[in-house]
Design a protein around this ligand. Structure first.
Ligand SMILES: [Zn+2]
Ligand SMILES: [Zn+2]
Length: 190
């Protein structure tokens, strides 16, 4: 079962340069399962699913970034079976407070989204596909200083009190709009 990534930045061991992931804390990423129209001023959560994200080094952004992480249908099916068996999952959503039936419905939405998904994974900042996934095992070399290597800086997660911003993408991973995440819906920033 997948785990949530909890990395705020990466920092070079040698020169100390630190690269933060874009969009800052309190940012959530969604796919819209309905066509986005410019007249919309709110999006209901029933029409949104969370984007599964992973930390990357994006060669187009020339920076640390986040990209879509798209599991296979088989992987979603394994996750579906797990929640049906009462196992708690963290990805693509935390199921601990959600009834099994509702978790199953959400996973069905992911499976049908995945079946219609055409494009490959994209950088959530620039939309490009020219990136390298950052894993904790890899030695990512800092190009601008000889043999400098990055290390991960874990996120210092406390309760986040600021406003939560939602970045909303099409089902195919194109950035569409930004809004404020409210309790019941996302209100679109005009
Ligand atoms: Zn360096
Ligand atoms: Zn990028």
């Amino acid at each position: 079962m997948r785990k949530l990534y909890d990395i705020d930045s990466i920092r070079c061991f040698k020169c100390g340069e630190e690269y933060f992931f874009p969009h800052g804390p309190g940012r959530v990423y969604y796919y819209s399962l309905v066509e986005i129209e410019s007249s919309m001023d709110r999006l209901e959560y029933k029409d949104l699913i969370s984007v599964i994200i992973k930390p990357v080094w994006c060669f187009d952004c020339e920076a640390a970034s986040v990209a879509e992480d798209i599991p296979t249908i088989r992987e979603f099916e394994h996750t579906y079976k797990a929640v049906s068996d009462g196992v708690e999952i963290e990805v693509p959503f935390c199921s601990s407070n959600i009834p099994v039936k509702e978790s199953q419905e959400i996973l069905k939405s992911y499976i049908s989204w995945k079946m219609n998904r055409v494009a490959g994974e994209k950088c959530l900042h620039c939309g490009g596909a020219n990136f390298l996934t950052i894993t904790e095992e890899m030695n990512l070399i800092h190009d601008s200083c000889e043999d400098g290597v990055f290390c991960h800086r874990l996120a210092a997660r406390g309760p986040f009190n600021g406003p939560i911003y939602a970045r909303v993408y099409s089902a195919d991973g194109e950035f569409k709009l930004e809004g404020n995440a409210n309790y019941s819906h996302v209100s679109v920033n005009k």
